[in-house]
Design a protein around this ligand. Structure first.
Ligand code: ATP
Ligand code: MG
Length: 269
């Protein structure tokens, strides 16, 4: 039975592509947990299996993928055993994803307000949708008038905030943010990540943050898992991973992180 304090428990998960000589173990026996209200970072270089792990949580990995073993226990349910309609239901209402490119997640011919309303129509019947769109825009610190804007009329940062508003429209319990800021400039990246961290506190959201650049999440995550070639090679508290990495690969990753002044950490770490 899963630990009740963990909203997510991934146990020994394996996801493969191809077979025989062409077998790629994209995810190779990976285990990690996310506690309720916790922000956990999954860090590793390009191709290490971060995105496939994230997608596999709700069986969204590309069609060619094989779920070769392990369990994904979310809210005490084994996701890999659920039917497609059950998974769709969970994706829409309990687990939300935000991806790197907000532009591809929006339809260019509709206003963003309309698109957030559509998400509300699907997931939360019987509420005052206009008022809820405004509440969501407030939550991500955007002026309400932007509900009437089209995606191309917004900056990258504004669009990523809308993306977060859309992800929150179904009031998820777990938000999976896969490199949500890589396409943005550094200042805007910080603003967006701060927003995610603020939301995790304000609405009790659990967050799985995925990045190849540990520097930008290092003061936001509670715990870190380091991935290399489909495996978790090291895990620990953020501070410990940053200042006292054990594994050679983690040392290399951490060497690339600009040194933060220790006081930049939250005092209660
Ligand atoms: N559709 C696919 N078919 C075959 N192999 C794939 C497919 N998608 C991913 N892979 C392989 O799975 C492995 C893990 O990929 P994944 O996208 O999870 O990496 P990542 O850690 O997210 O990298 P990045 O930081 O570049 O986003 C890689 O070796 C990749 O080539
Ligand atoms: Mg990826």
């Amino acid at each position: 039975m899963a630990n009740i304090e963990n909203i997510l428990e991934v146990q020994n998960l394996s996801v493969h592509f191809g077979h025989g000589d062409g077998l790629v173990k994209a995810v190779d026996g990976v285990s990690f947990t996310v506690g309720r209200g916790e922000t956990v970072a999954l860090v590793g270089e390009s191709g290490s299996g971060k995105s496939i792990s994230a997608l596999a949580l709700t069986k969204l990995a590309p069609r060619a993928a094989t779920y070769a073993g392990g369990q994904v226990v979310f809210n005490n349910e084994n996701m890999l055993e659920l039917s497609d309609p059950e998974l769709r239901n969970i994706r829409g209402s309990q687990i939300s994803y935000i991806f790197q490119e907000p532009m591809v997640s929006f339809n260019p011919v509709f206003t963003v307000g309309w698109q957030v309303e559509e998400a509300l129509k699907l997931h939360r019947k019987g509420i005052d949708r206009k008022a809820e769109v405004n509440r969501l825009l407030d939550l991500v610190h955007l002026p309400n008038r932007l509900a009437r804007a089209y995606p191309h009329e917004m900056s990258g940062g504004q669009l990523q905030r809308c993306m977060i508003a859309m992800a929150l429209a179904c009031s998820p319990e777990l938000l999976v943010a896969d490199e949500p800021t890589t396409a943005l400039d550094v200042t805007v990246q910080r603003e967006i990540l701060n927003l995610l961290s603020e939301l995790s506190e304000k609405v009790g959201l659990s967050v799985l943050m995925i990045t190849h650049n540990f520097g930008i999440v290092s003061d936001l995550a509670d715990r870190v898992y380091v991935m290399q070639k489909g495996r978790i090679v090291e895990e620990g508290g953020t501070k410990q991973i940053l200042y006292d990495p054990q594994h050679d690969y983690t040392k290399k990753l951490m060497a690339a992180v600009p040194r933060l002044h220790p006081t930049e950490f939250k005092q209660n770490d």
